[in-house]
Design a protein around this ligand. Structure first.
Ligand code: ATP
Length: 248
């Protein structure tokens, strides 16, 4: 039987600046414990979809003007980003956004800001992050701004883990990274999914890689889902092959 969705986006519309209609009725579902890929070209609306879920559109003058978003069965369209993090859903933004002047370890610790449990539990989770990302442990005293792009991406994911999420909205983790490093990061995502039960909604232009790790995918074009299905089926789909595979 199909698992209940941890995240359901139902027919949402998003408008920027009261006039620019960017999402024109997007629906998608992430099953509990799943990895779902959100695919599409630059500008299709992937980032906007993730920000609608995590409530980060306000800073960009964007509004969800139609539709509903349910996380763990509860409506979340009007929650603050921090409240969503406390409920277990966190976004890792495109472009990584580490604090360049802080060390890797300080960056990771900032990820625990919404937690109310004590220092010992946070220490334990820091060690857990280091077991998944041994590179971060090696670099923990380095200023994040001087680490590599791959290390900064790992740091951004590690920092998100420090909030003890059940779901991570991961925006374009492959951006600007060498293929081998992309694979390394996706392998860790898979381990986090299997071992820690973290669900992922993964926005990617790298269709090939995303469909290797996700079990289901949605393809966005100009703010609409034009195709969705099991990852294996999408990899064999002629349109997907022609327009999306071999690109990334
Ligand atoms: P990318 O790979 O660049 O992140 P994307 O699929 O995530 O692409 P979005 O960033 O969601 O796409 O952008 C979707 C559309 O919304 C684009 O046409 C973009 O120009 C527009 N857009 C994004 N942010 C804003 C904003 N703050 N104000 C107005 N329009 C915006």
């Amino acid at each position: 039987a199909a698992k209940a969705p941890i995240l359901s986006v139902n027919n949402i519309e998003v408008i920027y600046d009261h006039v620019i209609l960017v999402l024109k009725g997007v629906s998608l579902h992430v099953p509990e414990g799943g990895i779902v890929a959100l695919l599409g070209a630059n500008g299709a609306g992937k980032t906007t979809t993730l920000k609608a879920v995590s409530n980060l559109l306000g800073a960009e003058r964007g509004d969800v003007t139609k539709g509903t978003i349910l996380f763990k069965g509860e409506r979340v369209e009007s929650r603050s980003p921090n409240e969503l993090v406390r409920r277990g859903c966190i976004q890792v933004m495109e472009g990584r956004h580490c604090f360049g002047h802080l060390t890797i370890e300080e960056n990771l610790l900032t990820g625990a800001f919404t937690r109310r449990d004590g220092g010992a539990a946070i220490r334990r989770d820091l060690e857990l992050v280091y077991t998944y990302f041994p590179r971060l442990k090696e670099r923990r005293q380095s200023q994040a701004g001087y680490t590599s792009g791959g290390e900064q991406q790992m740091c951004a994911i590690g920092r998100a883990l420090m909030s003890k999420p059940q779901m991570i909205l991961l925006d374009e983790p492959s951006m600007g990274l060498a293929p081998q490093l992309v694979e390394e990061i996706f392998e860790i995502v898979k381990q986090l999914n299997v071992n820690e039960g973290v669900s992922f909604l993964l926005a990617e232009q790298n269709t090939n890689m995303a469909l290797k790790y996700a079990s289901y995918g949605y393809i966005l074009e100009s703010g609409r889902v034009v195709l969705d299905g099991e990852a294996a089926g999408l990899r064999e789909n002629e349109d997907v092959k022609e327009f999306y595979l071999g690109v990334g």
